[in-house]
Design a protein around this ligand. Sequence first.
Ligand SMILES: *[C@@H]1O[C@H](CO)[C@@H](O)[C@H](O)[C@H]1NC(C)=O
Ligand SMILES: *[C@@H]1O[C@H](CO)[C@@H](O)[C@H](O)[C@H]1NC(C)=O
Ligand SMILES: *[C@@H]1O[C@H](CO)[C@@H](O)[C@H](O)[C@H]1NC(C)=O
Ligand SMILES: *[C@@H]1O[C@H](CO)[C@@H](O)[C@H](O)[C@H]1NC(C)=O
Ligand SMILES: *[C@@H]1O[C@H](CO)[C@@H](O)[C@H](O)[C@H]1NC(C)=O
Ligand SMILES: *[C@@H]1O[C@H](CO)[C@@H](O)[C@H](O)[C@H]1NC(C)=O
Ligand SMILES: *[C@@H]1O[C@H](CO)[C@@H](O)[C@H](O)[C@H]1NC(C)=O
Ligand SMILES: *[C@@H]1O[C@H](CO)[C@@H](O)[C@H](O)[C@H]1NC(C)=O
Ligand SMILES: *[C@@H]1O[C@H](CO)[C@@H](O)[C@H](O)[C@H]1NC(C)=O
Ligand SMILES: *[C@@H]1O[C@H](CO)[C@@H](O)[C@H](O)[C@H]1NC(C)=O
Ligand SMILES: *[C@@H]1O[C@H](CO)[C@@H](O)[C@H](O)[C@H]1NC(C)=O
Ligand SMILES: [Cu+2]
Length: 391
Amino acid sequence: MIRDKGLHQTENTSHSREPPHTGTLCGIWAVGLGLLIAASAQASSSESQKTAWTTKSQRREWHTLSRDDKLDYINAEKCLMSKPAKLGLPAARTIFDEFQMSHVLNTKVVHGVGAFLPFHRLFIHAHEALLQAECNYTGGQPYWNESLDAGNFSSSIILDPEVGFGGNGTGPLNCIVDGPFKDYVNPIGPGQTFSDHCIDRIISDCASEMAGRQSIDQCMRMQNFSAFGPCLEGMPHVAGHGGIGGQMLNVFSSPGDPIFYLHHAYLDKLWWDWQSQNLTSRLTDIAGPNVPAPFWFPPERNATSSPPPFCNSNWTLPPVGTPNRTILGFPVGWPLPIPATLDKAELLGSDGDPGNETTLGHVLTMYGVVPNRTIAEVMDIRCGLLCYEYI
Ligand SMILES: *[C@@H]1O[C@H](CO)[C@@H](O)[C@H](O)[C@H]1NC(C)=O
Ligand SMILES: *[C@@H]1O[C@H](CO)[C@@H](O)[C@H](O)[C@H]1NC(C)=O
Ligand SMILES: *[C@@H]1O[C@H](CO)[C@@H](O)[C@H](O)[C@H]1NC(C)=O
Ligand SMILES: *[C@@H]1O[C@H](CO)[C@@H](O)[C@H](O)[C@H]1NC(C)=O
Ligand SMILES: *[C@@H]1O[C@H](CO)[C@@H](O)[C@H](O)[C@H]1NC(C)=O
Ligand SMILES: *[C@@H]1O[C@H](CO)[C@@H](O)[C@H](O)[C@H]1NC(C)=O
Ligand SMILES: *[C@@H]1O[C@H](CO)[C@@H](O)[C@H](O)[C@H]1NC(C)=O
Ligand SMILES: *[C@@H]1O[C@H](CO)[C@@H](O)[C@H](O)[C@H]1NC(C)=O
Ligand SMILES: *[C@@H]1O[C@H](CO)[C@@H](O)[C@H](O)[C@H]1NC(C)=O
Ligand SMILES: *[C@@H]1O[C@H](CO)[C@@H](O)[C@H](O)[C@H]1NC(C)=O
Ligand SMILES: *[C@@H]1O[C@H](CO)[C@@H](O)[C@H](O)[C@H]1NC(C)=O
Ligand SMILES: [Cu+2]
């Protein structure tokens, strides 16, 4: 286990600083989920103790960062891509890969469900914390305000070949061929499969139109989480994944493209902005099914799907009641009625949440990347468990 370096927390508790990236696992996927999970359980017994933070991470918008700030972030991400994996998760060679694998293993219980935003909030927090703990990164996790580039992702400065993430994919495999990440060999994906491949993209300016003001405003007007959650997941979320395309458009393996983290930090900001409109009610407002609709995860979802070659300047959520609601293959809206509880494997991650509907007690399972947390622990970003602000 990593020693507490005291970078951002005073050591007033017996547990190690966030995140204890445990590295205690015996390893091989073949030993089975049970053992794997049991091993990672060692890390978290005293986790619920109060933590005193000394530093609040400041999360800034990518367009506003200085050249040096951008390079610091890029170099820290490259550092995660160079550090050997510690958790024994299948296929992962580096810490960067462990994030991606933890997402693959979680996919079916964290998309199209109430835990979608809470899980991704914790996931981005873990990424920020490990950049800081493993790679001496001193900034906060940047986010990408995609509405600034809606309809025109291909011209975004975020794709800069030097101080950005590189551009569109080319060639038969749609590999990115410029930028700091062009040589990264990613061993996970597409989907739930494992094979060495490049970071691939198929940028769609049409799909990125859905990142525009219209869809954001639609969601921000929602009066409760049961309307806001699926709206955000359905439109702004899919816009970022579909606009970048390639691996980013794969609901399982999308964290293999480092842009993922700026995309989800942005969604997290949108959630926090929405919560901030009425903290009294929205710090505890959670809803949604515990289990997604079955048709969202067909086997063919392993493949990286090419975005369909159409432009639609009029993206809207398919109305409630439309069967099998998806946009570009991503879950849209929540199933009605909420599906009955499936088998235990499908419910991994919903410990503390025996019903069909997601509650604050719901456990978010992190596979050792950071300790498991409940949804209640991630509802507030103001220096409880989480400690950051959006600038
Ligand atoms: C995390 O949650 C999963 C599923 O609820 C559980 O099986 C596992 O033991 C937990 N791990 C830790 C480290 O608590
Ligand atoms: C982080 O800083 C420590 C202390 O200065 C140093 O030993 C370590 O090598 C640095 N790690 C990285 C990845 O730069
Ligand atoms: C994105 O930028 C637009 C234009 O500056 C601004 O109105 C909007 O609030 C920003 N979105 C977020 C989530 O910060
Ligand atoms: C996209 O952005 C580029 C660079 O800022 C600009 O030249 C171009 O006109 C934009 N295209 C559209 C359709 O907005
Ligand atoms: C998708 O991946 C899973 C897990 O690796 C595998 O069981 C399944 O056969 C794959 N499906 C396809 C169509 O490749
Ligand atoms: C990105 O490249 C793919 C081919 O790899 C192409 O189909 C697509 O139109 C390109 N996107 C843009 C916005 O030029
Ligand atoms: C949530 O708000 C939407 C509109 O924003 C409304 O249609 C719906 O009835 C509300 N649901 C609950 C459970 O309050
Ligand atoms: C916040 O939400 C509560 C509960 O829905 C409501 O009673 C209150 O009026 C809201 N406050 C504001 C400022 O909208
Ligand atoms: C919805 O998905 C189910 C399960 O995959 C499938 O059997 C059904 O035909 C789909 N319905 C529509 C209208 O696409
Ligand atoms: C936009 O889509 C909605 C719903 O699909 C439809 O009613 C409306 O006519 C469309 N508007 C345009 C300008 O295509
Ligand atoms: C979950 O929903 C199913 C029907 O969809 C119902 O039969 C079951 O009783 C529900 N379980 C709980 C705990 O509410
Ligand atoms: Cu995800």
